[in-house]
Each structure stands twice: as C-alpha cells, then as structure tokens.
Design a protein around this ligand. Structure first.
Ligand SMILES: Nc1ncnc2c1ncn2[C@@H]1O[C@H](COP(=O)(O)OP(=O)(O)OP(=O)(O)O)[C@@H](O)[C@H]1O
Ligand SMILES: [Mg+2]
Length: 468
C-alpha cells in the first residue's frame, strides 16, 4: 500500500495521467471515459467505492473522479479512505442534485474540487486538467524541498584535500567495497558515508545508520538482527534489526571502534555469512548489505590494546578513507561559512547574513578542535544572535578566551580525564594571556603559586607560554 502511495510522487506517473472514474451510472461512466480518452488520458471505470479501493491496491492513478452517492460505502467514506492511504492522489467529487453540500464538505477535507451533475463535459475536462496541473506544481515544490536537502548533503570545499576526497568518493561509491572512514570528530564522516550511499547503485534503497557505541550489551543481538514477538521479556512485537532494515542498501556502522567485543563477534559472523537469525527465531534471513564504518579512534591502537578484533578490522578496512581535519583545509572556511549561513538562515527563517572579510579572517585564525561541526554551530549561533545583516569580526565568538571553553572535545570516558583536559586548557590559556608569568597567573586565577606549579607539572604544561 505505502509503496503505491509513494508512486504518486513520481512525476512520470503524473504525466502518464491515468484516471479512474467511480460512478454506478453506466451512462456517466461511458461519457466520461469517452471525453477523457479523447484528451489522451488513460481511463478506467468502476461502479462502487469498494471496487475503487480494491483497484487502488494494485494500480496507480493520478486523478480519481468520485461520485458522492454510491451503493455500498458512499463517496465521502471512500474519499476518506483514499486520502488515508494515498494522500497525494487528486480527487474530484462528482455531485448530483442534493449532494452539493456534501461535495463542499469533501473539498474542505482535501478533495481538489467538485463537478456537478448533469455533467458539462467540456468543463469536466478542464477541471481534470487543472487538478493535474496543481498536482504537478505540488510535486515540483516537493522536489525543490528535497533538492534543498540534497544541498545540505553536499560536500563543500575546493581545497586540494576536499577535491581529493570527492574524487575518492566518486571512485568508491559505485562499488560494493566496504569503506572504513577515519577522521576527528566533526570532520564529516557521516556526510561522506551518506555521499557514498547516494552515489551508489543502492541509492534508492535504505541508508541505515547505527551508533555502535550506544547499544546496550543486552540489546546487541536484537538491534542487529531483530527479534520475534515473545523472544524475551519486553519483546511485545516482532522487530526488524538493522541488518534487515538495510537489506539491498547501506548499513553505516558509526563509532565502530567502540563496539563491544561481543558485538564485534556478531557483526563479524554476518559479514562472513551474509545471513543471521532474529532473536527467538530459527529462520535464517539472508541479506545484501553494503557496510560503511567510521571511527575517530586509531584502530591499530585499539587492536594493540585488545579492544578490537584484527579479523573484523581486515573485513571492514577494505577501502580506508581519511577525512582531513578542518585545520588541514582552512582555505575552505569562507565557502563553508557561506554554506552554513544559508542553511541556518533558512532553517531559522532569517534573511541571509553577510560575513565581512574580517569576520572570515578571525575564523581562519582559529584552530577548530571540533572541526566542521563546530564551525557550523558557530555560524548558527552568530546568525541567530545578531539581528543586523552584516557580521563583523567582533561578532565572531571564537578566539575570545571565554568562548573557547565549550569546544573541548567531549571524548573522555572518565570524569578525571575530562576534568584534567579542562584544567589543562584553562591553565594554558591563562598562562598565554599573562605571557607565561606564573606568579601573576596564580594570582589572577586565585590559587597558590606553588600549587599552580605542581598542577602544571602534573598536567605536563610547559612554563614557556609566552603568548606567541
Ligand atoms: N565538507 C563539508 N561540507 C559541508 N558540510 C560539512 C562538511 N563536512 C562536515 N559538514 C557538516 O558538518 C557537520 C558534522 O559532520 P558529520 O556529522 O558528518 O561529522 P562526523 O565526522 O560524523 O562527526 P562525529 O565524529 O562528531 O560523529 C554536519 O552537519 C555535516 O553536514
Ligand atoms: Mg558522526
């Protein structure tokens, strides 16, 4: 059913313009069929709401002419059922004497229009043409919106590293080769995974993303392979797993280095056998899934530490991609800023801002530990918080000491590590501000000089922070 409904969105179907006439009067069926066929439409006729709904299960129509008075379920009820299952199909009600009020009500419920009996055939043809034209316009505006979405998925940047990346994507995308994407946090790993999918032969099939770090140990199998109703406490319904959802498409295993060893063993088995059993079922399901994985950790180190299986690594790492950090393609900043300016202004219903050269300059002199994602949030914050159109250097929050703090990468597992990272950044920055003068720094931040000295030693901070 739902795939039929989707069918209405495809423009070729609208152009083919198949029309269904639902009326129990043979004379009307014949007259409408004749005049519409003369106009080049393909026309089918049925005599009841039930027949109409049955036919819609197998066939797609661009426009339905629906009589209000029908034997069995009436036109209004038929109309409501059509709308529920095929929201995009255009319906014109046919109203007889005494049913005009009902027809008006139907247009309020979403029928395109109504035509009155006795039918004026010329006018009827005109109404059908109008209806189809409107549907076409609606479709085009939907396509425009989806193009905007495509734009958000575009990889921006003309720097050598970004051009090389796009080139690599072009080569790898149409194959079924497994890609393992490396890159610091916020560099665009997921975006690259999506592009690989969109440019592949699987692009009309699903792209399913799974965050491997976020799966609780006891749900691993159910998440990956699904389960059948009653398989365990809480399994109230059958549930399809990620591998089944991604069948014929792409499964994106994000943060793959953070997979538990148990999950690694399960994934490895599917990769070897291309099949699995849902939890509680003995029926094996065979799938055709392309795997793309991503990580911001070094897998060789994880393997060394015993956190990652070598055999799984070799299976995933067929085509390795290294996404450069933003620091490695700073020349793209102006373009990226303009790109995010457009995206965030549109999202927040604001007029596009103009970033001055000085503003861009500030951003080009910052080191972006959170990479493109951080740049995107800074631009979003700036366009929202500034009501004026021109964005100047002083409107850019980065580079000012109190604003850098939130950018510490939240990649720490323990409180202690996170705390130390924060402390280190804080002390280092204060030292830079005060030209490496330990006594003044201690005074300024309100701790004892000897304590500051001990902390610097413990955190490995050199005292030569002379501000340059
Ligand atoms: N070259 C680029 N052009 C346009 N947008 C980009 C580019 N790189 C990243 N982005 C955007 O930056 C944001 C972060 O990218 P993404 O989520 O793909 O990064 P990630 O590497 O998966 O990050 P994390 O490690 O934090 O999960 C997204 O909104 C993405 O669209
Ligand atoms: Mg990501």
């Amino acid at each position: 059913m739902s795939s039929l409904a989707f069918g209405y969105r495809k423009s070729q179907l609208i152009k083919m313009s198949k029309i269904l006439v639902v009326d129990d009067e043979r004379g009307i069926q014949r007259a409408l069929k004749g005049v519409l066929e003369d106009e080049g439409f393909a026309v089918e006729t049925v005599a009841s709401g039930e027949e109409c709904l049955k036919l819609l299960e197998h066939e797609t129509f661009s426009c339905i002419l629906l009589d209000i008075w029908l034997p069995g379920i009436d036109g209004i009820e038929t109309f409501e059922r059509i709308k529920a299952s095929y929201p995009d199909v255009v319906v014109l009600m046919i109203s007889g004497h005494g049913t005009i009020e009902t027809a008006v009500r139907a247009t309020k419920l979403g029928a395109f229009d109504f035509i009155e009996k006795p039918l004026h055939l010329e006018k009827t043809v005109q109404s059908v043409r109008n209806a189809l034209q409107q549907a076409q316009l609606k479709l085009e505006s939907q396509q425009l919106r989806s193009n905007e979405l495509v734009n958000e998925c575009k990889i921006i940047g003309d720097s050598a590293p970004m051009r090389a990346l796009r080139q690599q994507i072009n080569v790898a995308a149409p194959t079924n080769g497994r890609v393992l994407i490396y890159g610091e946090s916020g560099t665009g790993k997921e975006l690259v995974a999506q592009s690989l999918h969109t440019q592949s032969l699987r692009n009309s099939n699903p792209f399913i993303a799974m965050n491997c770090a976020a799966v609780p140990e006891e749900l691993i199998e159910s998440e990956l392979f699904g389960h059948i109703k009653g398989a365990f406490t809480g399994a109230y319904q059958n549930k399809r797993g990620k591998f089944e959802l991604a069948d014929t498409g792409t499964l994106f295993l994000d943060e793959v280095a953070d997979m538990s060893l148990k999950m690694q063993a399960k994934v490895l088995r599917v990769l070897e056998e291309q099949s699995f059993e849902p939890v509680g079922s003995s029926n094996s399901i065979t799938v055709d899934v392309r795997i793309i994985a991503a990580t911001n950790k070094r897998l060789d180190e994880e393997i060394e530490k015993g956190n990652f299986r070598t055999d799984l690594f070799y299976r995933l790492n067929v085509i390795p991609f290294q996404i450069p950090s933003l620091r490695q393609h700073m020349e793209d900043i102006a373009q990226l800023v303009e790109h995010f300016n457009q995206i965030h202004c549109r999202k927040n219903k604001l007029q596009n801002k103009k970033f001055t050269d000085d503003a861009i300059d500030i951003m080009q002199n910052y080191d972006w530990p959170g990479n493109v994602r951080q740049l995107s949030s800074v631009v979003e914050r700036v366009v929202i918080m500034n009501q004026k159109t021109r964005i100047e250097a002083e409107d850019i929050p980065v580079g000012k000491s109190e604003q850098i703090l939130p950018n510490i990468h939240y990649n720490y597992d323990s409180y202690r590590e996170a705390n130390e990272a924060y402390e280190k950044e804080f002390i280092t920055r204060k030292l830079i501000e005060l030209q490496g003068n330990i006594t003044r720094t201690a005074e300024t931040i309100g701790i004892d000089r000897s304590y500051l000295y001990r902390r610097m030693k413990a955190l490995g901070i050199s005292s030569k922070q002379n501000g340059s």
